[in-house]
Design a protein around this ligand. Structure first.
Ligand SMILES: O=C(CO)COP(=O)(O)O
Length: 253
C-alpha cells in the first residue's frame, strides 16, 4: 500500500506573515505522517520560518525549484546544500511553469533530480502534456519520455523514492480538471514505464500524484483511482481550511 502525499505548491503567492499564519493554523490539525504525508512547497524567503514553525509536526516543507550545483557563480539561484541546511525535505523539480517560462530542459531536470538525492531531498518531479499534445494523441509518448529522461541514471533505490506529479498543462489553474479516469490512465502508463525502465518493485513503490485544479470537491474521486497516490495542488492549497480538507481526503485512501 502506497502512502498518499498531499503537497501544496504555493507558487509566487503570500506574504511572510500570511505564510507563518497558515503554518500556525494547520500544524496542530494535520493527521499523523504515518497516515498521509503533507507538504507545503513555498517561496524561498518563507522556508526558514516555515521549517521553524512546523518543527515536530507532520507538515513537511519543500522548495519549488533549486539549482543542481552545490555553489558557484549562478546569480539568483539557490543550491540543494542551502535547502538541506534549512531543514527543507522536498523539492519540486521541472514544474511546467519552469519548463515553459524559464525554459528548463529534461536534461536540467535530470541533473536536479540527481542533486536532490545527493543532498537527501525528496524530488517531486512534474510531467504533463499540453492541450495540443493531448489532442494529437501524443500524451502517453510525451509523458513517458519526460519520466524516463528525468530518472535517467538513478539507481533502483533512488528511483523508488521519487514522487512523480502528473500535471496536464491544460488543467493547471484553469478550473478544468482531467477526469479521474483520464488522470488515472496516464498514471497507470507512467507506472508501466517505470516497470520497463526498472522493475515491478520500483513501479509499485513510486508515488504518482495528480495535479491540475485539484480542490476539496474533486479530490476524493481523484485519490480513489488505482494509480493516483496523492495530489500536487496550487490554488486550493493557499487557504488553510481547504488544505486541511485535501490532506484529510488523503488519509482516507
Ligand atoms: O500547478 C499546479 C500545482 O503544481 C496546479 O495548480 P492549480 O491547482 O492551481 O491548478
Amino acid at each position: 500500500m502506497r502512502k498518499q502525499v498531499i503537497a501544496g505548491n504555493w507558487k509566487m503567492n503570500k506574504t511572510h506573515t500570511e505564510a507563518e499564519d497558515f503554518a500556525q493554523t494547520v500544524k496542530n490539525d494535520l493527521p499523523a505522517a504515518e497516515q498521509v504525508e503533507s507538504v507545503i512547497c513555498a517561496p524561498f524567503p518563507f522556508l526558514q520560518k516555515l521549517v521553524e514553525v512546523t518543527k515536530d509536526t507532520p507538515l513537511e516543507i519543500g522548495a519549488q525549484n533549486m539549482h543542481y550545483e552545490e555553489k558557484g557563480a549562478f546569480t539568483g539561484e539557490v543550491s540543494p546544500v542551502m535547502l538541506k541546511e534549512l531543514g527543507v525535505t522536498y523539492v519540486v523539480i521541472g514544474h511546467s511553469e519552469r519548463r515553459e517560462i524559464f525554459k528548463e530542459t529534461d536534461e536540467e531536470v535530470n541533473k536536479k533530480v540527481h542533486a536532490a538525492f545527493e543532498h537527501g531531498l525528496t524530488p517531486i518531479v512534474c510531467v504533463g502534456e499540453t492541450l495540443e499534445q493531448r489532442e494529437a494523441n501524443k500524451t502517453m509518448e510525451h509523458v513517458e519520455g519526460q519520466v524516463k529522461e528525468a530518472l535517467e541514471g538513478l539507481n533502483q533505490q533512488q528511483a523508488s523514492k521519487v514522487i512523480i506529479a502528473y500535471e496536464p498543462i491544460w488543467a493547471i489553474g484553469t478550473g478544468r480538471t482531467a477526469s479521474a479516469e483520464q488522470a488515472n490512465e496516464v498514471c497507470t502508463h507512467i507506472r508501466k514505464a517505470l516497470q520497463e525502465k526498472y522493475n515491478g518493485d520500483v513501479a509499485e513503490a513510486v508515488r504518482i500524484q495528480y495535479g491540475g485544479s485539484v480542490k476539496p470537491a474533486n479530490v476524493d474521486e481523484l485519490l480513489s483511482q488505482s494509480d493516483i497516490d496523492g495530489a500536487l495542488v496550487g490554488g486550493a492549497s493557499l487557504e488553510a481550511a481547504s488544505f486541511l480538507k485535501l490532506v484529510e481526503a488523503g488519509k482516507h485512501e
